[in-house]
Write a protein that binds this ligand. Sequence first.
Ligand SMILES: C[S@@+](CC[C@H](N)C(=O)[O-])C[C@H]1O[C@@H](n2cnc3c(N)ncnc32)[C@H](O)[C@@H]1O
Length: 238
Amino acid sequence: MCSEISRNKNGSEWRNFYGRLKGKSLSTKQKNTLITEFEKYSLGKISYEENPKRKKIKLSEIFDGKSVWLEIGFGGGEHLIHQARLNPEIGFIGCEPYQNGVAKLMGKLRTNPCQNIKLYDGDIRSVFDVLAKNSISKVFLLYPDPWPKKRHHRRRFVTQEFLIPLYETMKPGSILRIATDIEDYVRQALQEVPKAGFKWLADDASDWRTPWQDWAPTRYEIKALREERTPHYLTFIV
Ligand SMILES: C[S@@+](CC[C@H](N)C(=O)[O-])C[C@H]1O[C@@H](n2cnc3c(N)ncnc32)[C@H](O)[C@@H]1O
């Protein structure tokens, strides 16, 4: 894992990012696909460097007035593509800072283009800065980085630093789905997510055991099942 500190124009520290930005070297084909294809799918000027005034982006123009759903940390993009194909009337934002994940998705999109997807290849907090309040209708957070060591729990997505801006960007009545195979992550999510204003939708214990009807397993879920860990599916409402 590497740590990158984002700096603003004055050189002062802006945000820490602790996840992985790059894995093994991309093939020449993957690099070329990234260069030639990414622009078509780019969400726009999101990063601090491109948008230092943090001007809001216009989702109604980008997605022709469609409702917008967001997937945070889409990995290789399997679930994002699945949902985008299943819901052509919805606009999708996918956010993933891991270059190899973005390259994987771009490869799939090159063979099978998908008109209703826009991407940001950086930290989700930069997207929150430039989204208007109450603008997102559904959010997927699937197998977020577990940060198993106790001293790293504050890096998890289910902390107020991430949850408060997420809550503000979501429309009243909209849904947040969280999937994880880490029991301690479930504990922290059930404690922290409601603190940010969300309500957990669960009638009985079986609710978190059953995948959503329109679910497509992600790469991390397949790995979790292979290693005999139990997926948990949590649904919250704004
Ligand atoms: C454990 S992986 C899961 C990937 C995918 N959702 C799956 O289930 O296969 C977590 C992903 O979250 C991404 N991630 C970590 N921090 C992030 C951030 N601040 N903004 C957006 N994505 C982030 C990582 O790059 C990584 O790809």
